[in-house]
Design a protein around this ligand. Structure first.
Ligand code: 3H9
Length: 698
């Protein structure tokens, strides 16, 4: 079957792109379009053309899978195909429904008229793939929208709704009725008028930028935080500037050279990996894609503390009524008040209307009566992290929940199987580990118990997507994937302090690597008391001879629990979140070095990064060996969405493949020799290193 269907309607050739699932502009579609173009242009009875998409959308752009592959022989590359369409002497109309993204929008920009369905969305999201629009987008878009708007759209990678696209000048018409009919009518009118408006010829919208050359630097300053460590946003700005400074053809050449330079680089490879990893993660090998999903029409959350309140907000945001259960009226009132304040803060920032807030608050009902959740389709328990307490809650849930309800625990560390064991329906029990703040963080670690049924798993994975989260299915173990790998990362960060580094040195090295903050700033934000409590319990239950740093305990003994107490690994001015190095902490650290008999020395940023990240990757290798995560890319998804691992480095396992598994193993082996058992290389790491293998190829 050809990827382009051809028909004529009233003298207008209608070319329908049909390349499921997203009309990606791969070689087959490009070649189909080129042939259909030949046919329409050589037919004297055809006066104009319409380009439309079959299925869900116009086009999601270039076929990302083709990047990094040799070009298909004998098939025009997308920029050339678009130039050819723009040069046509018969009017060409793009009829856009669903999405026109990236190369899909660039194709439409090369058409002479753009008609869209009212629900369509358009944009150039290439920078999220570590590249720039490379088929004329940086040259044509500013010619329609003006430079400031084009920079905003390209660098923010936003898909805007049709109404905004029309207001910005990207779209010429919003179709009232049937899209194809409207496009054919527009094509016929254009043919009759004889005038063809080519985007490449438009110059008016560029005039403002010519009078304001400081615009580009201002924009660079504006995006500095967001775009830290990335090349693509800055490359896009340069290309948009070229649209203003150079003739169209030269600007396009600049764009193409820049695109080629970026597309094979580490940043683009990592971000493509992230794109596909976040889609692959939805596929569970032993859970068939057609497994029945239970409808979630009513939800319940047990506990209205920070986590419970945040989880309830997710349901309310998604329009699902949710009942929150607390033990007493006071705790309930306090929890709901926090939720209200959270929403109010968003309204104050202008990101939510008062009306939306009211509707969301109305979707949340508080109660102290467990019987009130008897009709919930899913219940998420978010009480204190204690097994006895959780088991008690699940006994109650087993009694009150309706048959078929999913019973989930938000535990971040406890054994789901032990929780499920107290119920008569362990198949309905699963972990849904949200990250704090639960209404903001994208990650959900969905923890599969031994007995969790396929239906329970499929329902919770689907729920993650409906809540706008990225759900990753993981197995039961201490800390699951994320926190288990966080362990060696923060452990080594603390050992580095004993050996001579300061918290600010370690934090700077990891911030410069691309994390939003280093481990000590992160611990201060999360609160040091939780880890302290866990460490005390673990050391009492399982005494060990392995190396242990007492610095964190000393910090906590002084009540330095982090930002919330104004002091932790750093000190904080009242009302400020800026960490300030504190001589009191330095004293504790120096004392610890002395007690351990360690001669302090300085560390380079590279040493710090390797020392903290390679043990984290090593733990990831163990997690894969044990089957706790399904794929190395799932581990990457956890770290990019839950812990701020820079997306432009693709997550820890992809990063290991980038630097070379051999290098990671070699350093781990050296750390092992120097620091002992805790640094022992994982067998999988060793095997891959010896075979020259990659995590991505497992
Ligand atoms: C570009 O255009 C470069 C040009 O400037 C220059 C060229 C010279 N290619 O996301 P979904 C797959 S770069 C290949 O679940 P949704 C996706 O992997 C491109 N595959 O659907 C998934 O496969 P599977 C710039 C693609 O409804 C399936 O389609 N464009 C592509 O939730 C369904 O996808 C972009 O960055 C692609 N371009 O969301 C847009 N797109 O079923 C990228 C999707 O096997 N795409 N797939 O897992 C998107 O943002 C979303 O797919 C979209 C639909 C919003 C369109």
């Amino acid at each position: 079957m050809t990827a382009v269907e051809y028909k004529t309607v009233d003298g207008v050739a209608v070319l329908t792109m049909n390349n499921p699932p997203v009309n990606g502009l791969g070689a087959n579609l490009r070649s189909g379009l080129a042939d259909a173009l030949d046919r329409a242009l050589s037919d004297p009875a055809v006066v104009a053309l319409v380009l439309i998409g079959a299925g869900r959308m116009f086009s999601a752009g270039a076929d990302i899978r083709e990047f990094g592959q040799p070009p298909a022989e004998g098939v025009a590359i997308l920029p050339d195909l678009i130039d050819r369409i723009e040069a046509c002497d018969k009017p060409v109309v793009a009829a856009i429904h669903g999405v026109a993204a990236g190369g899909g929008l660039e194709l439409a920009l090369g058409c002479h008229i753009r008609v869209a369905d009212s629900k369509a969305r358009v944009g150039l999201p290439e920078v999220t793939l570590g590249i720039i629009p490379g088929a004329g987008g940086t040259q044509r878009l500013p010619r329609l929208t003006g430079v400031a708007q084009a920079l905003d759209l390209i660098v923010s990678a936003t898909l805007v709704p049709a109404s905004k696209g029309r207001a910005l000048g990207i779209l010429d018409e919003i179709a009232e009725g049937d899209l194809e009919t409207a496009a054919v009518a527009a094509a016929r009118t254009a043919a009759q008028s004889g005038a063809i408006r080519r985007t490449c010829d438009q110059e008016d919208a560029l005039a403002d930028a010519r009078d304001n050359p400081g615009l580009y630097d201002d924009f660079r300053t504006k995006i500095a935080r967001r775009a830290r460590g990335m090349r693509a946003p800055y490359a896009a700005i340069q290309c948009v500037q070229a649209a203003v400074d150079l003739p169209f053809a030269e600007g396009q050449e600049r764009e193409r050279a820049t695109f080629r330079d970026l597309v094979d680089g580490d940043e683009a490879r990592a971000m493509r990996h992230a794109f596909f990893a976040e889609r692959e993660v939805r596929k569970i090998p032993d859970v068939p894609a057609d497994t029945a999903i239970k409808p979630i029409e009513r939800a319940a959350v047990i506990g209205c503390g920070t986590m419970g309140g945040g989880i309830a907000m997710n349901f309310a945001n998604a329009g699902t009524p949710v009942t929150v259960v607390e033990t007493g009226d006071e705790a309930l009132g306090k929890g709901l008040e926090t939720v209200r304040r959270n929403y109010a803060a968003t309204v104050a920032k202008g990101r939510l209307s008062q009306d939306q807030m009211d509707r969301r608050m109305a979707a949340i009902t508080g109660t102290t009566d467990f019987e009130a959740i008897a009709d919930a389709d899913i219940v998420i328990e978010a009480v204190f992290e204690e097994m006895d307490l959780k088991q008690e809650v699940f006994r109650t849930l087993d009694r009150v929940c309706k048959p078929g309800a999913v019973m989930a625990s938000n535990t971040s560390m406890l054994d789901i199987d032990k929780i499920a064991a107290v119920t008569a329906r362990p198949e309905a029990v699963i972990g849904t580990h949200f990250f704090s703040p639960a209404n903001v963080m994208k990650l959900m670690e969905n923890v599969r118990g031994k007995a969790s049924s396929h239906e329970t798993i499929a329902t919770v994975m689907d729920l993650s997507a409906k809540l706008g989260k990225v759900g990753v299915l993981v197995g039961v173990c201490d800390g699951f994937v994320g926190n288990r790998m966080l362990g060696p990362y923060t452990r080594e960060a603390k050992f580095l302090l004993e050996e001579g580094a300061w918290p600010q040195d370690v934090d700077k090295a990891l911030y410069d690597f691309g994390f939003p903050m280093g481990p000590f700033a992160m611990l201060d934000l999360a609160g040091n008391d939780v880890g302290w409590r866990i460490r005390k319990r673990q050391r009492a239950e399982k005494p060990s001879n392995l190396r242990y740093s007492h610095i964190a305990d000393r910090i906590c003994e002084r009540g330095r629990f982090g930002q919330k107490t104004g002091a932790g690994w750093y000190r904080y001015e009242p009302g400020s979140r800026t960490p300030i190095p504190d001589p009191e902490v330095e004293e504790i650290i120096v004392q610890a070095s002395k007690e351990q008999g360690i001669a302090r020395r300085t560390f380079t940023a590279e040493e710090i990064v390797e020392r903290c990240l390679y043990p984290l990757i090593n733990e990831g290798a163990r997690i894969l060996e044990e089957g706790i995560a399904i794929r190395a890319s799932d581990v990457d998804v956890v770290w990019m969405n839950g812990y701020g691992f820079p997306r432009y480095r693709g997550g820890p396992m992809f990063y290991a493949d980038t630097v070379g598994v051999g290098r990671v193993y070699e350093r781990m082996a050296a750390f092992h020799a120097e620091h002992g058992e805790l640094m022992k290389p994982a067998p999988l790491l060793e095997r891959l290193a010896k075979e020259g293998g990659r995590f991505g190829a497992l």
